[in-house]
Structure formats: C-alpha cells, structure tokens
Write a protein that binds this ligand. Structure first.
Ligand SMILES: *Cc1c(COP(=O)(O)O)cnc(C)c1O
Length: 427
C-alpha cells in the first residue's frame, strides 16, 4: 500500500488500521495486527511505559522513509540521496533541543537501552564502575542488572531506597559514591513513583568526579511540561525513550549541553553501536517533539498525573499498600508483601478481565523476579484515550473485585471493562 492511499484515510484509527489491513497481501500477518488493534481498543491499558501515538506519528512510522539508508549525520552521510532525510533529521534534532532546552541532541538510538549503551561507550572503558539504582528499588535493567550488558561489562554498585519511606536514600548514594568512586552515576528509574532530586545527585557526582547520567525514559513527558524538575543543568547527559510519557514512536534520544560529550556520543551511536538510522522513526520523533511542545500536551500530562493520584487514592481506600504510600508522577506500584498474592498472579488475573498491567519487584522484595510482590500501574495510555479522574474509582473497584476473588467468574467484569473502553474509543 502506498503512502498516498494511507494519507487519504481520514477516519478513526481503528478504521485507518482496518483500511491498511484490507490492503495487505499478507493476510496472516494482517490478521494478527487487526487482532492486536482490537485488543488495544477493548482493554484498559495500565502498563506505565505504554501509550497511544497520534495518527501523524503512525503515518510517519509506516512511511516510505523506511526504505532509505542514511549512515552518518545530516550533511555528513555515507550514502547519496539524503537531501530530504537530512532535513527530516535536522528538524527532529532542532525540535528536541528546543523541547528540552539543551545544546546537542542525538535522535538516532533505536531504543532507550541503546541510548544508554551509547553513553556507556562514549564515557567509559570496560570494567569501569557505574553507580545506579537497583532493580527492586525501581532501576532499569541497563543500570546494572547482571543479565544486561551493563552488568556483564562494568563494575556495578547499586543504591536503593529507604526501607520505610521508599524514597531514594541519598545518604547511601553519597556513601557508596565516596567508597567506590564511580566514573558514572545514573539517576532515573522504571518504577519509582516519586520526584528525583537531580541537583543532589550532581553535588555527589562532583564530590567524586563522576559523570551524571539522567535516564528519564519514564518521566520525560513530565519534565518537558514542568510536572517534574528538569535534569538540566545538573546532568552531564540525559537519555530518554520517546515512546513512554513523551507519546512518540518507539525509540531513544541522547541530549547534552557539552560539545565534547556531544562529539563522543555521536561517535558512539554511529559508527560505535548502530548502522543506518531508522529515518521513518526519526521523522515520527520529530512530530512527537512538536506535539509535546503544545499547551494541549501540557494539559494531557497534568491529567496523567491527576489520574495517577486518583487511582492511588482509590486503591488505598480499598486497603492496598502502595510503594512509598502513593505517587507524585504517572505511575504507582501496588505492594502485596505479606498478602497471599504475587505480582505474577495479579497480572494474570487482571488480564483475564481486560485490564493490562505488569508484575514488578518492590523494595527488598522477598519473591523471585518471576513471581514478584508488586504490580506496576500507570495512567499515560488511558489518559490519551480520555479517561478522567472519576473513572479511576471505577477502575480501582474493578481491580479490587478481581484481586479479592481470583477464581471468581469474569463475565461481569469483562463487560464493565469493555463498556468503559467504548466510552473512550481510541482515535
Ligand atoms: C524503558 C526504559 C529504558 C529502556 O527503553 P527500551 O526502549 O525498552 O530499550 C531505559 N531506561 C529506563 C529508566 C526505562 O524505564
């Protein structure tokens, strides 16, 4: 199907998807895509790292730009025919710089993990020491988990959260930094529901001569709209995904204000780690940065946070414990420690009634990574559909009904979830 027929489709996204699938010759694959489209339409999506992109972004991702090789950077390519993709990438770079208020942007990383790897390749030698947040406290795999490249190739020291408040233990961060003298400190997380203090991290980094990386994959949408403090000027480098609260295509970015670092980072992304950039995704990232700079997006992120707070409050009223007792951002983690319920069981029970979540470790989790004692919930995706604060009490009620009767009948709840979804069609 050509770009022209795609652009002519001006119905809802479901029809838009259906139109695309009807045109696909590979009917088997089209069938799977259609089934996934229906799943997204009919389920309450509470995975904190997911979102629904705009039709412009979908169109760019599905465009003929996927055909183009463009190794190198705008104006310095290793292939001919790059006059238009140069303009596309330069516009994405300029918009990223203006959105985050910084001097240099690399928009080529294929994912958040690769953005982090580029920073490691640019700044570190194998076996150097990294100080990052442990996974059960909310850190990401790439911050030093044993199974990740980071854990295998670097010396990892991990900080955690205070066992009572579940806030980052800054005294521990300082003690570990002084003792281990890391070359890189990472601040950022995948399941931390509270505000991060970038300045305190930078003060410690300066005390020990470390670089500070702010990995704001989850909270970048909050940062660019002023709903979370900004990592700059404190961080030396910022990495983010573009597909979480930023609501863009799946991908990563690396930002900095320092020219020397920018040069090293560019060399690390290409040719250090990647070959040809995904120009269709880079165009979509450019659209995302534009959308994220609008007042409508600020309002959206405000609603994301209001919804998360309302969901946290409603679950608390049903008697559930939450990591840190609540949330300041777009996500919360239910803590089942001491209950006869694992994150794994809760995830599957909720999935059976159309509520999509993910199991998650909690601070000092006694369960394995497979079972876990927690469940992470986030509001970015449902807020994009239009869910509002009063709906959070209904969702909490559905969650409670299901979790308090794991073997009970599902029909009534399935209906209720579908009705709620029909009230806010995906478009
Ligand atoms: C999601 C996430 C990443 C990785 O992003 P991928 O695109 O899945 O590789 C990195 N860091 C943090 C903190 C994240 O939450």
């Amino acid at each position: 199907m050509g770009i022209h027929s795609m652009i002519q489709v001006k119905s809802t996204s479901q029809e838009h998807n259906a139109a695309m699938h009807h045109a696909m010759i590979d009917t088997e694959m089209a069938g799977f895509i259609a089934a996934e489209s229906k799943r997204q339409q009919d389920h309450i999506e509470l995975i904190a790292s997911e979102n629904f992109v705009s039709r412009d972004i979908l169109t760019a991702c599905g465009s003929i730009l996927t055909n183009k090789y463009a190794e190198g950077y705008p104006g310095k390519r290793y292939y001919g025919g790059c006059q238009y993709v140069d303009q596309i990438e330069q516009m994405a770079i300029d918009r990223a710089k203006s959105l985050f208020g910084c001097a240099f942007a690399n928009v080529q990383p294929h994912s958040g993990s690769q953005a982090n790897q580029a920073v490691f390749l640019a700044l570190l030698e194998p076996r150097d020491t990294i100080l990052g947040m442990s996974m059960d406290s909310g850190g990401h795999l790439t911050h030093g988990a044993k199974v990740s490249l980071t854990g295998k190739w670097f010396n990892i020291v991990s900080y955690g959260v205070n066992p009572v408040t579940h806030r980052v233990d800054m005294d521990q961060v300082r003690d570990l930094a002084k003792k281990h003298r890391p070359k890189l400190m990472i601040v950022g997380a995948s399941s931390y529901p509270r505000i991060l203090n970038f300045k305190e991290f930078r003060d410690i980094a300066d005390e020990v001569g470390a670089f500070l990386l702010a990995d704001v994959a989850h909270i970048s949408g909050l940062i660019v709209t002023g709903h979370h403090p900004h990592p700059f000027p404190h961080a030396h480098v910022l990495t983010s995904t573009t597909h979480k609260t930023l609501r863009g295509p799946r991908g990563g970015i690396v930002l900095t204000n320092e020219e020397e670092l920018a040069k090293k980072i560019n060399g690390a992304v290409f040719p250090g780690l990647q070959g040809g950039p995904l120009m269709h995704v880079i165009a979509a990232k450019g659209i995302c940065f534009q959308e994220a700079s609008t007042p409508a997006f600020s309002q959206y992120i405000g609603s994301v946070c209001d919804n998360a707070a309302a969901l946290a409050q409603a679950l608390t009223q049903h008697g559930y414990n939450l990591v840190s007792g609540g949330t300041d951002n777009h996500l919360l983690v239910m803590d089942f420690s001491g209950l006869d319920l694992s994150g794994h069981a809760a995830q599957h029970a909720l999935e059976a009634v159309g509520i999509t979540t993910n199991k998650n470790g909690v601070p000092n989790d006694r369960c394995s990574y497979v079972q876990t004692s927690g469940l992470r919930l986030g509001t970015p995706a449902i807020t994009t559909r239009g869910f509002m604060v009063p709906d959070m009490a209904i969702i909490a009620q559905c969650i409670h009904q299901r979790l308090s009767n794991l073997d009970g009948p599902v029909d009534v709840l399935v209906n209720q979830v579908e009705q709620l979804c029909q009230k806010y069609p995906l478009n």
